[in-house]
Design a protein. Structure first.
Length: 223
């Protein structure tokens, strides 16, 4: 790390996450971004985002939530008795449907897409055709919904994410350090977050240790 790094330039488009942060777009997530951008012109009022943990599904769902004033629920809390209250929001996000407990509840909710013009965004780490769903009608309904996948991040996206995460922590990193990390790390956004968090923790610990040593030397000098 250095106080005078070379300038890093990326040709990745940036999209503001509704004033919260930038969402970096690359080939690995462009289809999912396009799906969210197409709303409200979805063929039906529901769609599915598919991607591994830490890939950006929740981030994109948050962007959609801010556009639609949707209410978000983790899939395990969805129940048949609770569907009317969930649907009353008009726009709903159900996250991680691979963890669904009450399949009939989700099927009922999706029926309300047509009956009440409900808007629903589902997220999952598993493609609809590979989900373990016992209810045949629900399985068919999920497979028929518009879907977009977020693939494993490519090098351009991971590199940009690393630089952004370091910058968020006011850490300047030279390009060769990013390149060194990039070829050795797990290929995921969550791994990038963990790496930068740990680097920042170690930097903070080093600064604290140096400060303590300086104080100790100062005290011994005075005595």
């Amino acid at each position: 790390m250095s106080n005078t790094p070379e300038q890093l330039v990326f040709e990745l488009p940036h999209r503001a996450a509704m004033g919260l942060e930038d969402f970096l777009v690359s080939e690995s997530n462009a289809a999912a971004v396009a799906l969210v951008d197409r709303w409200p012109d979805w063929p039906v009022g529901a769609a599915i985002l598919v991607g591994p943990t830490g890939s950006g599904k929740t981030h994109l769902a948050n962007v959609w939530q801010l556009r639609t004033a949707a209410t978000s629920y983790p899939a395990p809390v969805l129940s048949r008795d609770g569907v009317p209250a969930v649907a009353s929001a008009g726009a709903v996000i159900i996250e991680d449907i691979q963890t669904l407990v009450d399949e009939a509840a989700l099927f009922h909710l999706l029926n309300l897409v047509r009956e009440q013009r409900l808007q629903v965004l589902l997220t999952t780490d598993t493609a609809p055709g590979d989900l373990c769903v016992g209810l045949p009608d629900l399985r068919s309904r999920l497979k028929a919904l518009p879907m977009a996948s977020i693939e494993a991040p490519d090098d351009a996206l991971l590199r940009a994410v690393l630089v952004k995460l370091f910058a968020d922590r006011q850490l300047s990193v030279e390009p060769h350090v990013i390149d060194y990390v990039l070829v050795r790390m797990e290929r995921s956004m969550s791994a990038a977050e963990r790496f930068v968090t740990e680097a920042d923790r170690r930097r903070s610990a080093s600064v604290t240790n140096r400060s303590a040593a300086d104080i100790d030397r100062s005290i011994r000098t005075r005595t």
